[in-house]
Design a protein around this ligand. Structure first.
Ligand SMILES: Cc1cc2nc3c(=O)[nH]c(=O)nc-3n(C[C@H](O)[C@H](O)[C@H](O)COP(=O)(O)OP(=O)(O)OC[C@H]3O[C@@H](n4cnc5c(N)ncnc54)[C@H](O)[C@@H]3O)c2cc1C
Length: 355
């Protein structure tokens, strides 16, 4: 099958952070049959490979990527009863909007998340009490190890909070070409998140009302990417909410200015674990919304979003090194105060300081 490989393609405009250098080689994949020959091209030249979806969860190195970037642009969706198979390159939010229109329940709380459908199983995308692990029944992918297309069932994906085999031990092994979801035709929406429950009231809302409410809440936090929207780039939440062991919870509850119990924000994930809020830890460690380290006495190009402590943003002209320095400053302060090392959510692409 024919492939077109381009040289020196700028990656920054293909990411929501709008940061980073160029890909040495770049190949857009519009049909799954193009995946094996593109990988053979990289193998012949002994090039590293990076698979890019919508670029909404990556931080690309200022030096770019010294190998082949495969940009997954496979589109299309096929419905068969309650199941829908979706091309990995389909825009995620477009698919969620379509499901809501078709009265298919199961993804409504995941409205407004940027990126591709093929990107969603990688970190088990989740928001407002819902995760894709609940509805994904199979992931079709090229297995770079076995050199064949495989279909991985939900159990094979090893989903957990912001985790799957695709970003765990098997990171980089699979190139996802399509994802199958089992949805609930005419089903009730999931309204599990307190903020949503408060806004929607007691009556049973429609899927469309839940989608609109999620979008409104997200807009308030600067977490929706819209034309003419926020004048900064980001990868959404930069740090994962830490999952606490019983010992960490005890230690945290004893921190000097923290009243025991009550005030510590704890919430249970669908995987039965206890998490606390990374945004809360960051604020208590001394970083307010809009925090922007000075560079030569002027506000620098990287900082915290004025709308959400958890989003590190590019105010214009930031380099990966600026974001990385801010990440390390925050990690060190939170660790010094609470003994918890925050883990970044975006994937680092290319040589250090990203990679
Ligand atoms: C404003 C904003 C809000 C966000 N809100 C949320 C949120 O509420 N919840 C949440 O979970 N995330 C959120 N995110 C993060 C991000 O949108 C999701 O993680 C998204 O699913 C990433 O998909 P992508 O296609 O953009 O992946 P990319 O950023 O392109 O890639 C991310 C990772 O997935 C891999 N990957 C992508 N596509 C494929 C494929 N086809 N095959 C194999 N590997 C692939 C890449 O190699 C990389 O490792 C947000 C981001 C932004 C910018």
């Amino acid at each position: 099958m024919k492939i077109a490989v381009k040289a020196n393609v700028a990656l920054a405009p293909l990411t929501t952070f709008e940061i980073g250098g160029a890909a040495r080689h770049f190949c857009a994949i519009t049909e799954e049959g193009q995946i094996p020959p593109a990988l053979e091209f990289a193998e012949r030249q002994q090039l590293p490979v990076f698979v890019l979806g919508g670029g909404s969860n990556v931080l690309v190195s200022d030096a770019g990527f010294p190998g082949l970037v495969l940009a997954i642009r496979i589109v299309g969706r096929q419905r068969s009863g309650s199941e829908v198979e979706v091309g990995a390159g389909e825009n995620w939010d477009g698919f969620v909007a379509w499901c809501v229109q078709q009265d298919l329940a199961g993804l409504e709380c995941l409205s407004g998340i940027p990126g591709s459908t093929g990107g969603t199983p990688i970190q088990n995308v989740g928001a407002y009490g819902q995760e894709v692990a609940e509805t994904i029944t199979a992931v079709r992918a090229w297995d770079r190890q076995a050199r064949e297309f495989v279909e991985l069932g939900r159990g094979d994906c090893r989903f957990a909070y912001r985790f799957s085999r695709f970003n765990g031990s098997d990171g980089g092994r699979y190139v996802v070409s399509s994802v199958r979801f089992a949805l609930r035709p005419g089903g009730a929406p999931a309204v599990r998140y307190p903020d949503l429950q408060k806004r929607l009231g007691a009556a049973q809302p429609s899927l469309a009302q839940v989608r609109d409410t999620v979008l409104a809440v997200r807009r308030g936090k600067g977490m929706v990417i819209e034309a003419g929207g926020a004048p900064w780039g980001s990868a959404g939440s930069y740090f994962k909410n830490p999952v606490l062991t019983a010992e960490q919870y005890e230690a945290l509850a004893h921190v000097a200015d923290l009243p025991r119990g009550g005030h510590l924000p704890l919430f249970a994930g669908p995987d039965g674990q206890t998490k606390t809020s990374a945004a809360w830890l960051i604020e208590k460690a001394g970083f307010a919304k809009g925090f922007r380290p000075l560079v030569n006495g002027q506000p620098g190009p990287a900082g915290l979003s004025p709308q959400h402590t958890l989003a590190l943003v590019n105010y214009g002209g930031a380099r990966a090194a600026d974001v990385f320095a801010l990440q390390e400053e925050i990690q060190a302060a939170v660790e010094a105060k609470f003994g918890i090392r925050l883990q970044p959510e975006p994937i680092f692409v290319g040589p250090p300081p990203c990679g």
